[in-house]
Design a binder for this molecule. Structure first.
Ligand code: MN
Length: 202
């Protein structure tokens, strides 16, 4: 045997943390079936094909995102971003902890202002991409629009929340209405996890 386990299995698709219909009516089972089962899976497949027999085959996904560019970066970051995005949502709305809420109030004034800022950013992002809530080295919260497969890690920021504004994330349920899709998604954000990510930020 000259093939290691890692070479045989490569990067794996993370399972959805809830059933496909768990985010209805805000996100339909059909959307999640395509988004996770087809789009996310395809990024995993493409990445494994691209890194096979390259030094990247021995890197963790985080390392590939930090060290690659071009097609390998695009597919690796899309794998990372989607896992993070699906884990940012929850069938039952999870309220932010008091500690995290205080930070939102400090940096945005209110949760409602943070929502407005993320909506405005989602609408003004041209083409495909992601709207991130991230924090900088001083733990200041920032809303960041990043095109295509962009990820705050490569900008020296810690990702806290990702909103996918690629058309495939909303077109089945909302057609062209990106703002409506983000507004509806707001009710499914797992603020407990977002706050936990903030607490663990270095
Ligand atoms: Mn997507």
């Amino acid at each position: 045997m000259n093939t290691s386990t890692k070479d045989r299995t490569g990067i794996m698709l993370a399972p959805l943390p809830y059933p496909e219909d768990a985010l209805e009516p805000q996100i339909s089972a059909e959307t999640l079936r395509y988004h996770h089962g087809k789009h996310h899976q395809t990024y995993v497949n493409n990445l494994n094909m691209l890194i096979a027999e390259t030094p990247y085959a021995h890197y963790s996904l985080d390392e590939i995102v930090m060290r690659s560019e071009g097609s390998i970066f695009n597919n690796a970051a899309q794998v990372w971003n989607h896992t993070f995005y699906f884990e940012s949502l929850s069938p039952k709305q999870e309220a932010p902890s008091g500690e995290f809420l205080d930070v939102v109030l400090r940096d945005f004034g209110s949760m409602e202002n943070l929502k407005s800022e993320m909506l405005r950013t989602a609408v003004s992002l041209f083409g495909s991409g992601w709207v991130w809530l991230a924090c900088d080295k001083h733990h200041k919260l920032v809303v960041m629009p990043l095109q295509n497969a962009g990820n705050p890690l490569t900008h020296g920021m810690t990702p806290l929340l990702a909103i996918d504004v690629w058309e495939h994330a909303y077109y089945i349920d909302y057609r062209n209405r990106r703002a409506d899709s983000v507004s509806a998604l707001w009710d499914k954000i797992n603020w407990r996890i977002v706050g936990e990510r903030f607490r663990q930020a270095e």
